[in-house]
Design a binder for this molecule. Sequence first.
Ligand code: AMP
Ligand code: MG
Length: 422
Amino acid sequence: MNSATIDTSASCMDDYDPASLLSEQATQRIQSAVAPVRGFEKIHLRAALDRVLAKDIRSRIDVPSHTNSAMDGYALHADALPDDGTRELKVVGTSWAGHEFQGTVNAGECVRIMTGAVMPQGTDTVVMQEHVEQTADGIRIDDRHRAGQNVRQAGEDIAAGDTVLRRGHRLQPADLGLLASLGIGEVVVTRRVRVAFFSTGDELRSIGEPLEPGMIYDSNRYSLYGMLTRLGVELIDLGVVADTREDTYNAFEQGAACADVLITSGGVSVGEADFVKEALEQLGQIDFWKVAMKPGRPLAFGKIKDAYFFGLPGNPVSVMVTFYLFVQPALKRLQGGTDTPPLLLQARCTTKLRKKAGRTEYQRGVLSQDDDGELVVDKTGPQGSGILRSMADANCFIVLPLEAEAAEPGDRVQVLPFSEVV
Ligand code: AMP
Ligand code: MG
């Protein structure tokens, strides 16, 4: 990575803390520094959910492949429709879905037809069965019908040769159905991105270990595991790393050797036992940022060998917020995805939201609708960056912009609903 792609110069837009970046600037710098992985693989359709297409997909067939009826009714030629009054037609056979009528329909005739059945020779119009009157050997129709009605033309949805999905598209359930409708059973997708991650801190214990006084369980590796799993990356869990120079350096070497991305939590502050910044400086190229946001102010980003590096803060909420804002879009870009950014909505807040000017705050909220259908949002209790309950109880971030001050009940605020990732 060259220093031109990651500009470390102080922002001139923030006079609150001259060294702080705006969170949008941090996102932009990360996004412009990260390039999609090159490899791709061919996989079965059922394994392809949430994977990113590496090539455009064109249809080899027309959809529908044959002109067919959109209704249960009677297929006839438009010339048989009476201009006024009624007309009797003889029913000469039936066209079933999957078993078409073999003959030709002549003047004065029609064919009983089911939804999806091929339109018989000599017909171009379907009259719904509810609109006909039965006669001794056929039906009687009236003058309320239109030529060509209730017929789906071959190629009407997709014509052979049409591009149906573009490279960079992340496959959704509807896409699997769409591709199946084209008879496509395998797709070429970008390879999985490999992500190594570890927690730092002498105070951390893993589940199952005794919790001596002053120790806490490592939760960051679990919330990271959850978010990374939802993004469909390949995970390499490097565990808990002690606050020593040697262990931190070793973990860096190990992670960078096997992964496209290395993520750590904790140890990026300027405390005496914080070796993450130093390790990155020594082993790779570092950008250390204070982002004008809460939670999640310190953030290290850089490159070590060929791996991108994200040094997230230690506090459990800060980890999730910075992952959501910075790591998630970077991983999507690495996957080659051209995903649209998440929706930022407006909602009326129901309680007072305290806030300091000069930083963007990502408070945790519950978004719902009131009796009139209007979006309303409430915060989830105490908002400390160590209080993971505030995330667990939430379904959105309440985004209070840099210059905003406290929001009063009834004010409109911006809301970022959690995507499927958090
Ligand atoms: P640090 O950035 O390492 O100074 O950590 C900031 C705060 O987050 C401290 O209170 C740590 O104990 C806590 N913390 C760091 N890593 C974790 C973790 N993996 N799980 C839970 N808490 C953590
Ligand atoms: Mg620490």
